[in-house]
Design a protein around this ligand. Sequence first.
Ligand code: A2P
Length: 340
Amino acid sequence: MGRSYKVAVAGATGAVGQQMVACLEERNFPVAELKPLASERSIGKHVTFKGREIPVEVLDKDSFAGIDIALFSAGGSISKEYAPIAARAGAVVVDNSSAWRMDPDVPLVVPEVNPQDIALYKKTGIIANPNCSTIQMVVVLKPLHDAATIKRVVVSTYQAVSGTGQKAVGELAAQVRALFNNQEVPRKVYPHRIAFNVLPHIDVFLENGYTKEEMKMVNETKKIMGDDSIEVTATTVRVPVFYGHSEALNIETERKLTPVQARAVLAEAPGVKIVDDPAKNQYPMPLDAAGQDLTLVGRIREDFSIENGLNLWIVADNVRKGAATNAVQIAEILVNDYLK
Ligand code: A2P
């Protein structure tokens, strides 16, 4: 038997935190002790782990004594404040918020793409988990980049409400119920109704006219791929889907990559599943991506408007591969290669 580890989950009652706990169990992570942390609102709540009910504790500065690994998904301001506290207490933090992602001293990791970057964690004790839309995109871009050098990516996203958190899942459901029952439609989470609507607005608007989510896709892609020359432009859109982000990608490469060649490359790529049989109406969809960990890719076709262009459609479970699973995969590399 190898070593086992004391693991804290900050934000354990949230959409991603709950899935982190489920992933630790599903993947049989060597947990010696699980410490679920949340706000005072969660006093009295429990988290179920391996058939046991574990009481949720209030996150404070003393929460991390004796903890080996702390998975954070309680929002950016909590991460900003408490990740360094956890690291000072001796834990390695895997942080799902955007607080530390672009810090040059913090690695930003997708295990299928840049596992080697994890080594940099020793500087701060923090490893950042990328944005959900970026994770599923780079899982597909990396093997194509290695094969043909990507010059430019144009991406449009169709993102599920679970990416906003548990409240947004509840809001979409409540709005649908209200609409079908002729009742007043509740609206708290988004600036507009999301049920039967589409909002070209994810995270806050920036001075350059883009949203913060769009710029995350631009900047995080360069950092994860370790290549500043890849140009990315993004339009990120919230759609009334519960789980599973979809993305339409247009890629321009330096060397020609035919759809047949791209399919061959992606067939060998870790974490990727090709779902691409238009004759049988087979293509990636959120309903199929939800509840599993692979990134689905299909609609692979040539962009005839440029010399070396491809169009693709990518779908993954944003709460799993886009957040919780990716964080637990990072923790697995940590315990296998660094914390033995
Ligand atoms: P709580 O349930 O007690 O509010 P989601 O992304 O689904 O909205 O979840 C956010 C997670 O972050 C929840 O577990 C939430 O706990 C937790 N959280 C939010 N604010 C705080 C805080 N101030 N201190 C600790 N945990 C927090």
